[in-house]
Design a protein around this ligand. Structure first.
Ligand SMILES: [Fe+2]
Length: 302
């Protein structure tokens, strides 16, 4: 159950999963020890009191970026969600990957990208092909990727150039692919969705959160870095569904070669077309601001 759903429910018990943002070791005035944690998921934040004796060596309290679960009771006080639990446990990697973007803490996401974060979770939850779902879940819970992905810009001064712009653009391309991919087999359709969500992730290393561009920006195209960043996860997918991993790489790279013809897999054409449309809409070309541009700027912009 998400934290937002919990907030909307009457008081009662529930199992919740969350990321931990901060930990304090406290005692009540009567000496009862407890751990107070700032917790979050994609939908909301809360304060959790874990009633345990943190002085005991057997207590495994949060110390990193792992995700946890707890059976809790809850209440709202002054607009803040308070949780109480007697048992908090680290979740397994399998559960972590199954949850994927639900563990992306809202506190790290620029406010303007909140709607895109909600859509990302909904799109992820719609992926039913186990290997593709786990692949995306692995990427979006990778500590070296996830927090940067939700804050990165999609360009320095072109489309979606605000912080969180990469998340907005990636979700935008995925949504457009969702609406245009009827006729594809389910598993291949989901390869396209995964590729749409991750097609610009190389911009973590060429655009960044800003305002200063990362050092790699003038040296390497972001498409090459997309493969580099995703490499460990693509290698995992190679072992689970080799053909899916091949098609995913094709979708992630084919459009960057500026091909004159069509791709071997129509999903790569879809990514290329929907990427262009999402950029165009983001640039105001679907509104009254649309204007005729007779020549493309020869200098490539990102
Ligand atoms: Fe793009």
């Amino acid at each position: 159950m998400s934290l937002r759903m919990l907030r909307q429910r009457a008081t009662g018990g529930a199992l919740v999963r969350f990321a931990v943002e901060g930990v304090r070791f406290l005692e009540r005035p009567d000496g009862t020890p407890y751990i107070q944690m700032d917790v979050a998921d994609f939908s909301d934040v809360a304060t959790l009191r874990w009633w345990c004796d943190w002085r005991q060596p057997s207590v495994q309290y949060p110390s990193g970026d792992d995700a946890f679960q707890a059976v809790i009771t809850h209440r709202c006080l002054d607009g803040r969600l308070w949780l109480d639990s007697d048992e908090v446990a680290r979740i397994s990697n399998d559960e972590l990957y199954r949850g994927g973007p639900m563990f992306l803490s809202r506190t790290h996401v620029p406010e303007g990208a909140y709607p895109a974060l909600e859509k990302l979770v909904a799109i992820f939850n719609g992926i039913k092909t186990a290997s593709i779902r786990e692949f995306v879940g692995r990427v979006l819970t990778d500590q070296h990727i996830a927090r940067r992905f939700v804050r990165c810009r999609a360009s320095a001064n072109h489309h979606h150039h605000e912080r969180g712009g990469l998340l907005m653009h990636s979700v935008g391309v995925a949504e457009r692919c969702l609406s245009c991919s009827s006729g594809l087999e389910r598993s291949l359709h989901e390869v396209v969705i995964a590729a749409a969500l991750l097609h610009d992730i190389g911009k973590l290393e060429t655009v960044g959160e800003g305002p200063k561009r990362p050092p790699l920006a003038p040296w390497v195209h972001h498409e090459a870095l997309t493969l580099e960043i995703l490499a460990p996860h693509l290698h995992w997918l190679d072992g689970e569904w080799p053909h899916g991993a091949v098609l995913l790489r094709h979708c992630l790279t084919w459009y960057s070669t500026k091909p004159a013809g069509f791709a071997g897999f129509v999903g790569a054409d879809l990514i290329r077309a929907m990427d262009g449309i999402d950029v165009g809409i983001g640039m105001g070309k679907g509104s009254g601001e649309a204007r005729f541009e007779p020549f493309r700027n020869p200098l490539r912009k990102q």
